[in-house]
Design a protein around this ligand. Structure first.
Ligand SMILES: C[S@@+](CC[C@H](N)C(=O)[O-])C[C@H]1O[C@@H](n2cnc3c(N)ncnc32)[C@H](O)[C@@H]1O
Length: 297
């Protein structure tokens, strides 16, 4: 007799409007969804223009991820009766289990940043032409170098080596930026994050690159108030960068540099305006993202 292997997950998607999205999220959550994901149903971009504003796409595909034994008929029935969703707007997909973490890591390949700096997964061999190699295992943290927001910071670090300078890597994720700075000559890095997992991953990556001596990982809530550095780099989102203005500004020494990344070109002017009292900025763009490179007056 053939053995039937049950699927591991069920995905139920429904097309929603801004008015019905909240109710659909609640319906999924009430029915024990393990995760709920919203994706635009069209290609129209939708930007968050200020911190208080949470914009919605005009039409969204909302997907609930459920255990294989969930009550599919009951959930889709609720979508029809409570949200008046049409059959054509509901989709049920069986998702076979895979080793998702391994799959995503297999996409991570060595990447050239410029000026001889390469980022290489810790389990791969870098190309022969790589001059400075930073080995990274991101684990669950953000920061492989492939995302434009990270790459823009790395490019600055590669092209402006900090001979013996000091660096704050605020929102360090995998630790990639601080470690790159140490590999390019910086003497000391404070890597700060509000996610304990990021701090553990950063420290491990610093050890793997032989730069742990100059590398201090700190939780944002318990960092000393007297840290000052020649370069402060923060690749976080717009609203957080605005929120952190006083803290980030105070950490940059006079004449030092501040890199603000993770912002959209539309948000660059507003971000620069927030920091204008202390910094003059230049803006650089890549793949729909901007970085502001500031010099403290
Ligand atoms: C986009 S990742 C950047 C990671 C890495 N620096 C890079 O450039 O690839 C943003 C990081 O900032 C951290 N973060 C977000 N908000 C924060 C906050 N208020 N204070 C400290 N860290 C924060 C997140 O946990 C995450 O690790």
């Amino acid at each position: 007799m053939r053995k039937i292997v049950p699927p591991s997950w069920i995905e139920i998607s429904v097309r929603v409007t801004p008015q019905s999205q909240g109710a659909a999220e609640q319906l999924f959550t009430k029915n024990a969804a393990l995760a709920v994901t919203a994706r635009s149903a069209s290609t129209d971009p939708c930007f968050q223009r200020d911190a208080a504003d949470m914009p919605y796409w005009e039409s969204t595909n909302l997907t609930g991820l459920f255990a294989a034994d969930c009550a599919v008929e009951a959930i889709t029935g609720c979508l029809r009766s409570e949200l008046h969703a049409a059959d054509a707007d509901i989709e049920v997909t069986v998702l076979e289990d895979r080793d998702w973490e391994r799959e995503s890591l297999s996409q991570f390949r060595p990447i050239a940043v410029g000026a001889g700096l390469w980022i290489c997964p810790s389990w791969r061999v870098p190309p022969a032409e790589a001059d400075t190699v930073v080995y990274i295992d991101p684990g669950m943290a953000f920061g492989t170098g492939h995302h434009a927001t990270t790459w823009l910071c790395l490019e600055f670090i590669a092209r402006h080596p900090l001979a013996s300078g000091t660096v704050v890597d605020y929102g360090c994720g995998s630790g990639i930026l601080g470690i790159a700075a140490l590999c390019r000559g910086a003497s000391r890095v404070w890597a700060i994050d509000n996610d304990p997992q990021a701090l553990t991953t950063s420290m491990e990556n610093a050890r793997n690159n032989g730069v742990a001596d100059g590398f201090t990982a700190l939780h944002a809530d318990s960092m000393p108030g007297d840290i000052h550095a020649d370069l402060v780099v923060a690749n976080i989102l717009f609203d957080t960068l605005v929120h952190l203005r006083v803290r980030l500004t105070s950490m940059v020494t006079r004449g030092g540099s501040l890199l603000l990344s993770g912002i959209l070109p539309e948000q660059a002017h507003a971000t620069a305006h927030e920091y204008a009292h202390d910094f003059d900025f230049q803006q650089f763009d890549r793949e729909g993202w901007s970085i502001l490179v500031g010099r403290k007056r």
